[in-house]
Design a protein around this ligand. Structure first.
Ligand SMILES: C[S@@+](CC[C@H](N)C(=O)[O-])C[C@H]1O[C@@H](n2cnc3c(N)ncnc32)[C@H](O)[C@@H]1O
Length: 268
């Protein structure tokens, strides 16, 4: 049986002031998707695995965020995030247990670059969806395989004789779709591919992603585990309570009376 990998909190890579850096391309894409789904209506938002608050900082410049919560297990990140974003609330807890936040609900829940730490898809996805109101949406940015193949990873820095770590898991699109269907058959799913728009140079740290040119992609992300890094964004919308017959009528309404995901939602 596969032993659990460890995740070392307070990763130095994310311990830097987000306001001094350019927004990440992935964060820009997720903010654009939320904006195209919900426009400029006031939204409550929770970012799970928020690190030092970089996504929240960018999202607030694009979206009309009325209430905002960041959740993370890393105390040092959260201290930085709270100093940078005093208007937001930060909670130190794990998405695996979700004790303090149980019962709280938001229009938008985001979980970006964090799912690949966890081996259990369905339990984490269920916890994330429990934070979303009817009519609201979850946005997950993860390493997703087009092929129906899942990969559970353990990796370590071999030259240091270190412990095996958790991360870089890859789940198939099919696994996500089946997990979502089990949690709530009425959830609408949409997939968006993320393509890195520019080259990233390799650094001495093999665990920092860089890009190479391939036949198919000018900026294919790769990492020193030997993996191609392909992010997709899963948008999972919880149907409003009033639209129980959405599947047959092919119409929808949302918290704002606007229909995210278009007028013909795909109900999986
Ligand atoms: C790879 S970083 C991604 C940070 C950020 N979301 C981004 O897009 O830049 C993963 C983050 O998830 C947090 N994390 C790891 N395990 C967690 C857990 N069980 N519950 C909540 N957050 C967790 C880490 O502390 C870290 O800040």
């Amino acid at each position: 049986m596969l032993r659990p990998g460890i995740y070392v909190a307070n990763d130095a890579v994310y311990l830097s002031d987000p306001s001094s850096q350019k927004p990440k391309e992935l964060h820009k894409l997720v903010s654009r998707l939320i904006e195209s789904d919900y426009g400029q209506i006031p939204l409550s938002l929770i970012d799970v695995g928020c690190a030092s608050g970089a996504f929240i900082l960018h999202a607030r410049s694009v979206l009309n965020i009325a209430r905002c919560v960041g959740l993370d297990i890393s105390t040092m990140h959260l201290r930085q995030a709270q100093a940078l974003l005093p208007w937001a609330e930060f909670i130190n807890e794990s998405i695996e247990s979700l004790d303090k936040s149980k019962g709280r609900m938001f229009d938008i829940c985001t979980c970006l670059g964090t799912m690949s730490i966890f081996d259990d898809t369905i339990a984490i996805l269920a916890n994330l969806l429990s934070l979303v109101k009817a009519g609201g949406s979850l946005y997950v940015a993860d390493l997703v395989n087009d092929f129906p193949v899942d990969v559970i990873m353990r990796y370590r820095r071999s030259e240091r004789g270190a412990e095996w770590k958790a991360g870089f898991n890859v789940r198939s699109q099919l696994t996500y779709e089946e997990a979502a269907r089990k949690i709530d058959p009425r959830i609408e799913l949409r997939w968006t591919d993320f393509e890195m728009p520019f080259a990233i140079s390799q650094t001495p740290d093999p665990l920092r992603v860089w890009t190479i040119q391939t036949e198919h992609k000018p900026h294919q992300q790769v990492v020193g585990t030997g993996q191609l890094i392909n992010f997709k964004i899963l948008s999972a919308r919880k149907l409003p309570r009033s639209s129980a017959r959405l599947e047959t009528t092919r119409q929808c309404e949302s918290i704002a009376g606007k229909c995210p995901f278009g007028t013909s939602p795909q109900v999986l």
